[in-house]
Design a protein around this ligand. Structure first.
Ligand SMILES: [Zn+2]
Length: 399
């Protein structure tokens, strides 16, 4: 039998055949994970485990998949914390809100940090309109995506805000970039465009015409008068985009009557739409100055009960929308558990790992070994970890 490797001995580049003993969520007692050809070949009771003293040092989890970042803004800082989403957008427009010279370095820092913290995939929204974010945004992010390809799989979303959708020249450029495969997804933030419904329709039509999936910021607001969800669901139906759309934020679902929310949730589930919830940014962006603040988080448990796939994401990192410099999905899971009463371990893990609630034999060996005994310990202590992609250690340590 090959030598069993202790997780703490693993370093970047290692390709262990057996790892253990470790705890695996959903399995009783210490386990050994066997790996071959980039796959998980087995998860078995650790040999001689009845003689082991104490708990194994590490918990093995599916590696994380970050669904929502803004890499072009990360680490630019802010003169002060935001007072509302609109305030953060205003603050972000100032020249120092986008520092072109450091764009590559900042984006690399962001994605590398996520990898050390256990993510093997990450999705970043990249501004498409030159006046919105300083150029050359797309070539910069493409370079970062290519350079980090062995470390982390990056998906880029063309963040098509007002101007990119209603200006024929811009729209032509966007179509060309989508056809060239420059972006893996198409998005935007229609609630903040001057004609929100027109913007939703334009994104869905473009997605249908180009075959590029959509990930759209929807209802990042608590004002029921600005509800777009109902209309957006109709457009997903109209353009036959079932299973190809994600809606990010959906804060307003937390501020509507329960019956209406459940009815919308059932339609979201029926259309195979994934909802991305970003607790950290939404907790800080909304309800400033309100003595009894609402939490502004999409109703995670209700959505899951109604059959919706929910994902948790970091969103903004040290910019005008959110001042915190950490990029760690365990921190986001902690906030969702705390602020969203998200207590179910398997569901929480699934929301951090694009639907993988535990490790399974036969799957690609994409996993995160966390120095913790329980998920609660991992969420609150956020200790050092080892990140593996297809059986290879790609990052290890603590940020
Ligand atoms: Zn966003």
């Amino acid at each position: 039998m090959a030598t069993i490797t202790q997780p703490q001995q693993l370093g970047a580049g290692d390709r262990p055949a057996l790892i253990g003993p470790v705890m695996v969520l959903g399995h009783e007692g210490p386990q050994v994970i066997s790996l071959a050809g980039g796959l998980i070949k087995g998860i078995d009771d650790a040999p001689g485990r009845e003689h082991l003293v104490g708990q194994p040092s590490h918990l093995a989890l599916p590696s994380f998949a970050e669904p929502h970042l803004h890499p072009d803004r990360a680490y630019v800082g802010s003169p002060r914390p935001p007072r509302s989403l609109e305030d953060a957008i205003e603050l972000g427009i100032r020249p120092e809100g986008y520092v072109v010279e450091t764009a590559i370095e900042r984006a690399k820092r962001l994605f590398s940090t996520l990898a050390v913290n256990g993510a093997t995939r990450a999705r970043g929204h990249v501004g498409h309109l030159p006046s919105h974010i300083a150029p050359p945004r797309w070539p910069v992010m493409a370079q970062v995506r290519a350079e980090l390809a062995d470390l982390i799989e990056i998906e880029l979303v063309a963040f098509a805000v007002e101007g990119a959708l209603n200006d024929s020249e811009e729209l032509r450029r966007l179509r060309r970039d989508l056809a060239a495969g420059s972006y893996q997804l198409l998005g935007g933030s229609p609630n903040h465009d001057s004609e929100p419904r027109k913007a939703v329709s334009a994104i869905m039509r473009l997605s249908s015409e180009t075959g590029v999936d959509a990930d759209v910021h929807i209802d990042e607001t608590l004002d029921p008068a600005r509800l777009l969800m109902d209309f957006a669901l109709g457009e997903v139906e109209r353009y036959k985009l079932e299973g190809r759309v994600s809606f990010s934020h959906c804060c307003l679902l937390s501020a509507l009557p329960e019956q209406q929310t459940r009815a919308l949730a059932r339609r979201i589930a029926g259309l195979g739409i994934t909802v991305n919830c970003m607790p950290r940014t939404n907790l800080i962006l909304h309800e400033y100055g309100n003595h009894s603040p609402r939490r502004a988080l999409a109703p995670i448990n209700l959505l899951i009960e109604e059959g919706v796939h929910v994902r948790l994401g970091v969103d903004n990192v040290d910019d005008t929308f959110c001042p915190f410099p950490t990029a760690d999905l365990l921190e986001i899971g902690y906030l969702a558990r705390l602020a969203g009463h998200f207590y179910d371990d398997a569901r929480l893990l699934s929301s951090l790992s694009d639907g993988r609630s535990t490790l399974r034999t036969g799957e690609s060996a994409d996993m995160t070994l966390v120095k913790a005994n329980t998920l609660n310990e991992a969420l609150s202590l956020r200790p050092e970890r080892v990140t593996m992609r297809a059986g290879v250690v790609v990052a290890a340590g603590k940020t």
